[in-house]
Design a binder for this molecule. Structure first.
Ligand code: MRU
Length: 364
């Protein structure tokens, strides 16, 4: 049987990386090669690959490919180290809001320095580093599956309705935004697999249409019951239809639980609060940034105006119009019912304590 590549954002084998060009979806499904860190930076910056976890995995794997092919150019282990640190620092600048690339860079740098004490041989040092970087693939997939299980269980157990559930989501947080399965869309996938899903409502997600282009593509592909709405229909939906929960992803969660996610998330959280609908953020702990206290410290990326004023190169706004195009907003912690992570579901106000306890347990 041939492997179904349709929903794989990232194809990797040692020395070779390809990404599904998400700028071309849903019309054309084409993979583009990523041969260097500079290729990855550009693909992330232009959003050929997007979604916080996929950005990080694409970034670090581009470094693995780069190291694999350039091993003969290094004269010392120290020069490999410096090269890796410089390239990681460069990758972090491709997009500013999601923390996952920064977190991945820190994880690799923390590993890289003690590793040099173990090796005299440059090729062996590089091989071990590449093997370490490759683990990001497995880890992301395992985290997403755990998020799916915890989230589906939480929503099922805390919903009084004994029948099937309707869930609203935003943006694309599925296989295309991760190594596979997804975060918020992973929770929906798991509910569907458990036979608990009536329908997944999802927004188009203006201005860049990650909902209508990408989430729609995934839900149709996987035969998951779904209903697309325009972003502006969410209020009426919540007022007139049963919605048992809203589940969204995250680009950065700060220590107090404030969450940056795709623009439009904040207004969904306000609507959910008004309509007394539980509002969940589903994210791996690699999306949690304990170095920032609150969402006020998060840098919100501004995207080019043409991403708002045109679709597939066709103008949809009056020529010369001035626009404001922030790619993300911050949802305050008090609007969030729970943060679904690979370790379980945390209330925003217990997030920091629970994470620090997990870290301490790991290191003891
Ligand atoms: O601009 P994008 O498409 O990269 O934004 C994506 C989101 O906001 C997602 O919700 C978030 O990255 C989580 S993806 C699992």
């Amino acid at each position: 049987m041939t492997e179904d590549k349709t929903l794989k954002a990232i194809q990797y084998q040692r020395g070779s990386l390809q990404i599904l060009d998400q700028l071309k979806l849903p019309d054309i499904s084409v993979y583009i090669p990523i041969q260097t860190v500079a290729d990855a930076w550009k693909a992330i910056h232009t959003m050929s690959i997007r979604g916080a976890p996929a950005i990080a995995v694409c970034g670090v794997l581009s470094l693995a490919v780069d190291l694999h092919h350039s091993r003969s150019k290094f004269e010392s282990i120290a020069s490999v180290q410096q090269y890796v640190i410089d390239e990681l620092n460069y990758l972090v600048t491709a997009r500013p809001t999601a923390v996952n690339m920064t977190d991945a860079a820190k994880t690799i740098i923390d590993y890289l320095i003690p590793l040099s004490a173990k090796h005299q041989s440059i090729p062996e040092y590089i091989d071990e580093l590449i093997a370490f970087i490759e683990q990001f693939l497995e880890r992301d997939l395992a985290d997403n599956r755990a998020i799916g299980r915890h989230g589906a269980e939480q929503i099922r157990l805390t919903t009084a309705n004994p029948k099937k559930l309707t869930i609203l989501t935003h943006c694309n947080t599925g296989s295309l935004a991760t190594v596979g399965f997804g975060t918020a869309l992973g929770v929906i996938r798991q509910l569907a697999a458990n036979g608990d899903l009536q329908t997944a409502y999802f927004t188009e997600t203006r201005p860049y249409n990650q909902g209508s282009r990408l989430t729609a593509y995934e839900l149709v592909h996987d035969h998951i019951p779904h209903t697309m709405i325009c972003d502006s229909m969410a209020g009426l939906l919540m007022r007139t239809q049963p919605v048992h929960g809203v589940v969204v992803g995250a680009d950065r969660v700060t220590a107090n639980g404030d969450t940056a996610n795709k623009i439009g998330t904040y207004q969904l959280a306000i609507l959910a609060k008004y309509h007394e609908i539980p509002f969940y953020v589903a994210a791996p702990t690699t999306s949690i940034d304990l170095t920032k206290r609150t969402g006020d410290e998060i840098v919100i990326e501004q995207r080019p105006s043409k991403e708002m004023t045109s679709i597939k190169g066709v103008n949809i706004a009056a020529e010369g119009v001035q626009v404001w195009n922030p790619a993300f907003d911050v949802t305050p912690a008090q609007l969030i019912t729970g943060i679904i992570t690979e370790h379980g579901v945390f209330k925003p106000d217990e997030l920091e304590e629970r994470l620090l306890a997990l870290k301490n347990n790991k290191s003891s």
